[in-house]
Design a protein around this ligand. Sequence first.
Ligand SMILES: NC(=O)c1ccc[n+]([C@@H]2O[C@H](COP(=O)([O-])OP(=O)(O)OC[C@H]3O[C@@H](n4cnc5c(N)ncnc54)[C@H](OP(=O)(O)O)[C@@H]3O)[C@@H](O)[C@H]2O)c1
Length: 392
Amino acid sequence: MLGSAGSIGRQTVDVLARNPGLFRVVALATGSQGDILEEQARLLKPSVVSLAQGRSTRLDLPAATEFIGGSDALEALATRPDVDLVVVATGGLVALRSVLAALEAGKIVATANKETLVAGGHLVMPLVRRLAAGAVGATGDPHHPLASPLGWLRPIDSEHSAIWQCLVGEDHAAIDRLLLTASGGPFLSATVADLATVTPEQALRHPTWTMGAKITVDSATLANKGLEIIEARWLYDVPLPAISVVIHPQSVVHSAVQFVDGSVKAQLGTPDMRLPIQYALTYPERMASAAAPVDLIAAGRLEFSAPDEARFPALRIAREAGQAGPRASTALISADEVAVARFLGGSLDFNGIPRLLGAAVERFGTGKPVEPSLEQLVSLDAEVRQFAETYR
Ligand SMILES: NC(=O)c1ccc[n+]([C@@H]2O[C@H](COP(=O)([O-])OP(=O)(O)OC[C@H]3O[C@@H](n4cnc5c(N)ncnc54)[C@H](OP(=O)(O)O)[C@@H]3O)[C@@H](O)[C@H]2O)c1
């Protein structure tokens, strides 16, 4: 598991710890939170752990747990021969190189991280399709769970997990439209003037989900939904114009698929990430989970409306970046990481976030190549970040 001490990482540990007979945890890696890593190592007894920054040499680990460091640690862990499945719970592009290496090595990747696909979908998906085609060849069964690209690249993001669950047993040609639901965040009914004075504390108060700070602010600007549109385009091989966003403040319907016959299939659940995490780990099976079931009568009323792109322009900017290609969507995510950090640090106002995203996509999105290699992506990311740090 990459990013074990974060919000998704800790919830994944909870799922794993509740099912001790089902999974063996080989490796845990996190960024800087050594205390949490120590605690997780005591609980799950992995063979190896890694900490990117901080007090690596003084970690108090179980006797059988080895420590590895170095800049290629994530890649080394994700490609170990005793690893079957890699959970990606890091933010940004930290894990892109290791995701590519893991897929090259024939590992299943379960990812909460959307940035990897938003920037590197053109690098990731051919590997995933190759693995799925290999499984058809090896099993002779086109309905084998690993015969589908989604058997190899399993989404944890709740909306994408919902769509995946709706698609099980369906023919790709029967998809008419993907309907991504969005809570609308804490400022659903705020005016543009209200948005100008939003504080970090207000933006971090999500109405329905408890998540890491970056994604919570992205939910408030709707940039998160914009990234999810691009993520969905890669995962489900559906063109961007066939992906709609529907505001649904109760966060009970996690997303839906409309089919060519007009039917709509949706997945409903309580807002608890342990459910999509567990589904990605146990697919194609379902098991009892710690998430409370949806009580439709208690939920009472489920509302749906169209998003307002005039008040939340990040959604439009992301859609345009997705349409322009991976170079533009890399500019989008790299700028967004800096923009959110600057907003939280007080050097950018809330409406400055979409302004900065628009400026970065315009400046960096139109160059060549439209589909950068991994190394080109890494240097583009650095260039965009530098621009975003000093943007006024
Ligand atoms: N949170 C949610 O409910 C949710 C829902 C859907 C999708 N997602 C997506 O899932 C991803 C993670 O989100 P999150 O909210 O869990 O973020 P988070 O709480 O910020 O966690 C990110 C994790 O990555 C770790 N990390 C940073 N640099 C690393 C490195 N070089 N090597 C190994 N680990 C490193 C961090 O380590 P330290 O903490 O130790 O520094 C942290 O544990 C994001 O892409 C997000 O969009 C999250």
